[in-house]
Design a protein around this ligand. Structure first.
Ligand SMILES: [Zn+2]
Length: 93
């Protein structure tokens, strides 16, 4: 089992940081104004699967992932206090 931090997930189009929308379970690229859906805990980071971001209000309710995750003192791993960790291997068929 390997966990992927949202902080390490970037937009496949512009390689910028994505914003996690916990309410709608989606990732938002503010640069491209695209919405990437999360299905079964796995983000669909494909531009052809992304939806255009049309409203400004969506971003205001989101959590910027960067503020959530903190590196530990020994810098060996990153700890996240909130549930923004996505398990990349939840799909067991
Ligand atoms: Zn982007």
């Amino acid at each position: 089992m390997k966990e992927i931090l949202l902080d390490a997930i970037v937009c496949p189009n512009c390689h910028g940081k994505l914003i996690f929308d916990a309410e709608h379970q989606q990732l938002i690229c503010p640069t491209d104004r695209l919405i990437y859906l999360i299905k079964d805990g796995i983000p669909l980071l494909l531009t052809e699967e992304a939806s255009p971001l049309e409203t400004e209000t969506v971003v205001k309710e989101t959590i910027i992932v960067e503020t959530v995750c903190q590196t530990t003192t020994d810098n060996s791993h990153i700890k996240c206090d909130n549930t923004v960790i996505i398990d990349s291997q939840t799909d067991k068929g």
